[in-house]
Design a binder for this molecule. Structure first.
Ligand SMILES: Cc1cc2nc3c(=O)[nH]c(=O)nc-3n(C[C@H](O)[C@H](O)[C@H](O)COP(=O)(O)OP(=O)(O)OC[C@H]3O[C@@H](n4cnc5c(N)ncnc54)[C@H](O)[C@@H]3O)c2cc1C
Length: 386
């Protein structure tokens, strides 16, 4: 299978045209007013794209990862950045454990609603005291008649202001030093606002999409909401990480490409010392260098997506995709900031929002340090530090 397959060009064309209906000013206002971009989500819903990775039998499009990646890259590159990227992303990746490990009843009941954009979900893994060491989560689910009672705390949970369902990771048996990642279970359950208190976190960027702390007190989860087998939740999460890393890399590249476009337009128009600033190599070369880095990162991401779609191992390639896409995307935004001079700080030039949003990708959903840890131990066989 070629990474230039025809369906990619078609997805790129359609999603680019659709995303272009929402201009940079739309996103500036959403960011400024902290408003969820529902109009954008509904446009993608109406065109059927929310169910990109959901199998056709459950109302989705059943596309490959490469197609989903191209769609999210176009979303990011349209000016939607991570505000639009995350809004669409949450229909595409968090359902992965349900698609792969959910019961037939769970899939039949919920996947069509997700594909149709009738419900919004959130993804509850991160905890304040565990950080990137997920084995240390302390949110606990205790067995009770007919289900589980959950208590604990989560942090940085995207979409919790509006979510109808939560994919929640909790400990169902105590941490065992020999097998620290066993004994955690994934639940896909109602977001019961009587039992889950939500507090929004004010943050640097992507203000249109809420991030929250959750306080969970005696939340009852019925047995039917357990995803797959009790105790195997971490394995299921890991399974969905490679595709997400590849697509996050592609989103970073999309933002970087737009930043270069904004930077080079400005460099052609802004005249100082009687010439366009882009005639100065000190201005042009960093942008040209970023173009090369974005193209190289894109090749790595698309190769990883192709491996994934062929069912081949792609852990190292997926980690490299996320790393390169985040770096190349941030660098392109940062250089475009320099090109814009003082106006980089002016909201009307839009580059400052992209710069704030793309910076997120260095830290989340998987930090650059953890990518390097993974490559060190898996590709280079160095001793593990995590
Ligand atoms: C806007 C936003 C949205 C998010 N959305 C969600 C969501 O929807 N659901 C969800 O569950 N989570 C979400 N997250 C959480 C995100 O995945 C975590 O923030 C991320 O995993 C980092 O967690 P931390 O800050 O606790 O890092 P920490 O564990 O405190 O780490 C801090 C720093 O130390 C580094 N570090 C730690 N240990 C090592 C080591 N052994 N070697 C090298 N470096 C190390 C880390 O890489 C990091 O740079 C979101 C985060 C943000 C910012």
């Amino acid at each position: 299978m070629s990474i230039e397959r025809e369906s990619l060009a078609e997805v790129r064309k359609h999603t680019r045209e659709l995303a272009a209906k929402f201009d940079l000013e739309y996103w500036r206002q959403k960011d400024k007013n902290h408003e969820y971009p529902w109009e954008f989500v509904h446009a993608f819903r109406d065109a059927g794209w929310l169910g990109a990775l959901i199998p056709e039998e459950y109302g989705g499009l059943g596309l490959g990862l490469a197609e989903a990646g191209v769609m999210l890259q176009e979303v990011a590159a349209s000016g939607a950045g991570m505000s639009g990227g995350s809004a669409i992303h949450f229909y595409v990746f968090p359902p992965a454990p349900v698609i792969k490990y959910g019961s037939d009843e769970m899939k039949a009941k919920w996947l069509p609603k997700l594909a149709a954009g009738e419900i919004l979900m959130c993804f509850g893994i991160t905890e304040p005291d565990a950080g990137v060491d997920t084995s240390r989560i302390t949110t606990r689910a205790e067995k009770v008649e007919g289900g589980w009672k959950v208590n604990g705390r989560k942090v940085w949970i995207t979409n919790a202001q509006n979510a109808h369902r939560i994919l929640l990771l909790a400990r169902t048996s105590p941490r065992d030093e020999k097998r620290p990642l066993d004994g955690m279970t994934i639940f896909f359950t109602d977001f019961d606002r009587e039992k889950i208190t939500v507090r929004e976190i004010e943050k640097l960027g992507r203000a249109a999409i809420d991030s929250n702390e959750l306080f969970i007190d005696d939340l009852f989860i019925p047995d039917e909401d357990v995803v797959g087998e009790v105790g195997k939740g971490f394995t299921y999460i890991i399974d969905g990480l490679n595709p997400e890393r590849i697509v996050v890399g592609l989103e970073g590249i999309g933002i970087g490409r737009l930043a270069l476009q904004l930077g080079s337009t400005y460099a052609k128009e802004r005249v100082v010392f009687d010439r366009p600033i882009g005639q100065n190599q000190a201005v042009a070369h960093p942008l040209a260098d970023s173009w090369i880095r974005l193209e190289a990162a894109n090749q790595v991401c698309m190769n990883a997506a192709d491996l994934f779609d062929q069912g081949l191992p792609c852990g190292l390639e997926a980690a490299a995709s996320k790393y390169l896409g985040a770096e190349a995307g941030f660098e392109a935004c940062d250089r475009s900031m320099s090109t814009h001079g003082g106006y980089a700080y002016a909201k009307e030039y839009h580059i400052e929002r992209l710069w704030r949003e793309v910076r997120l990708l260095r830290n989340a959903p998987f930090s650059q340090e953890m990518v390097l840890n993974y490559i060190s131990s898996q590709a280079l066989k160095l001793p593990r530090s995590y």
